[in-house]
Design a protein around this ligand. Structure first.
Ligand SMILES: *[C@@H]1O[C@H](CO)[C@@H](O)[C@H](O)[C@H]1NC(C)=O
Ligand SMILES: *[C@@H]1O[C@H](CO)[C@@H](O)[C@H](O)[C@H]1NC(C)=O
Ligand SMILES: *[C@@H]1O[C@H](CO)[C@@H](O)[C@H](O)[C@H]1NC(C)=O
Length: 317
């Protein structure tokens, strides 16, 4: 069977290897932080223009509902949750259709348009990463009240934490507004973001997270908006190679950070999941991925979008 969506399967394969080489304990929940690549509808509940609560988004989701996922169907955490035998999708924490009894087996705090940098979430008035952590703290309180400390703590420590964020820091922030560019060169900006990533992982570790998958950047010079606006260098078909080079460099640094975190944080298993090459293959040879591009389609079909768009793990916005 053709892969339904390669990025989540790739991450899943990594996760499985990672779990079997450590411990085979059951995964009680999938807990998600990040941007549009993994947002399950939180932006619908906040005041931002960046929403996806209209067709054709959600066309292929359960009930054909536009849930706020930046996809015609599921996003990667949904597939991963299903593969772990949990609910076939991970609900958004702010979605009023769900409550703590649902969130006990999976919850998503992601917000489309956000980034590591506070300045990134400010651009479209979305949920900053620090605020995602506040929601997570709030979630823990509710979980303990609902299940008691013992069960709640098991969920907190045994869950898989998926983190997919970073593209917007470059596309929506660094390359769009002069603020960060006047302060940091690209190398320094990468280090600034990685410093935030490090603090973030340490913070959720401090709160109990142990099995953490930190996603790298996709070839962000080839994301649909970047391609269609790259008319100067072609007909919208070419990628901005300099952005891709930045993504590669960032991923290399992030992989180093993950090694460091594994050494510094006792009991933590941090995994670097790199979506770069599989994504590039999908872009360059879509025919070899029969049904794989379902989470890229909405970007192409969305109307009147003025900001960078993405989709797929690590994809922008
Ligand atoms: C969650 O929602 C369900 C269905 O709407 C309801 O039956 C249940 O009591 C709620 N649980 C909590 C803990 O609020
Ligand atoms: C982002 O904003 C929060 C809340 O104001 C603040 O606590 C945090 O230090 C800021 N992060 C950075 C990296 O400036
Ligand atoms: C898109 O923009 C055009 C021209 O500005 C406008 O007429 C149209 O109503 C817009 N469509 C949507 C879906 O917002």
């Amino acid at each position: 069977m053709a892969l339904l969506s390669n990025t989540p399967w790739l991450i899943l394969a990594h996760l499985l290897v990672f779990l079997t080489t450590t411990t085979l304990a059951k995964v009680p929940a999938v807990i998600v932080f990040g941007d549009s690549s993994v947002d399950a509808g939180n932006n619908n509940q906040i005041s931002t223009v960046l929403k996806s609560n209209f067709a054709p988004y959600g066309r292929d989701f359960y009930g054909g509902r536009a849930t706020g996922r930046f996809s015609n169907g599921k996003v990667p955490p949904d597939f991963i949750s299903e593969a772990f035998g949990l609910r076939p999708f991970v609900p958004a924490y702010l979605d009023p259709m769900f409550n703590i009894s649902d969130f006990a087996s999976g919850v998503c705090f992601a917000s489309a348009g956000t980034g590591f940098d506070n300045a990134t979430s400010d651009v479209l008035n979305v949920i900053p990463l620090w605020k995602e952590v506040e929601y997570y703290i709030d979630y823990q309180k509710k979980l303990r009240a609902y299940l008691g400390d013992k069960k709640a703590n098991t969920i907190i420590t045994q869950s898989i934490y998926l983190i997919s964020i970073g593209t917007n820091d470059f596309l929506e922030n660094y390359y769009t507004f002069p603020g960060r560019r006047s302060r940091y060169n690209i190398d320094q900006f990468q280090d600034f973001l990685l410093g935030i990533a490090e603090n973030f992982v340490k913070e959720i570790y401090g709160l109990g997270a142990r099995r953490i998958s930190l996603g790298g950047l996709p070839p962000m010079g080839c994301l649909p908006l970047e391609r269609t606006t790259n008319y100067m260098n072609g007909n919208g078909d070419t990628c901005i190679e300099s952005y891709n080079a930045v993504a590669l460099k960032f991923n290399e640094k992030m992989s180093g950070l993950v090694k460091k975190l594994n050494m510094e944080l006792p009991g933590a298993k941090v995994l670097f999941s790199n979506p770069y090459f599989i994504f590039l293959q999908i872009i360059r040879k879509p025919s070899s991925f029969v049904c794989s591009i379902n989470h890229i389609i909405p970007v192409v079909t969305s109307r009147n979008r003025t900001v960078a768009s993405g989709g797929g793990d690590g994809g922008g916005v």
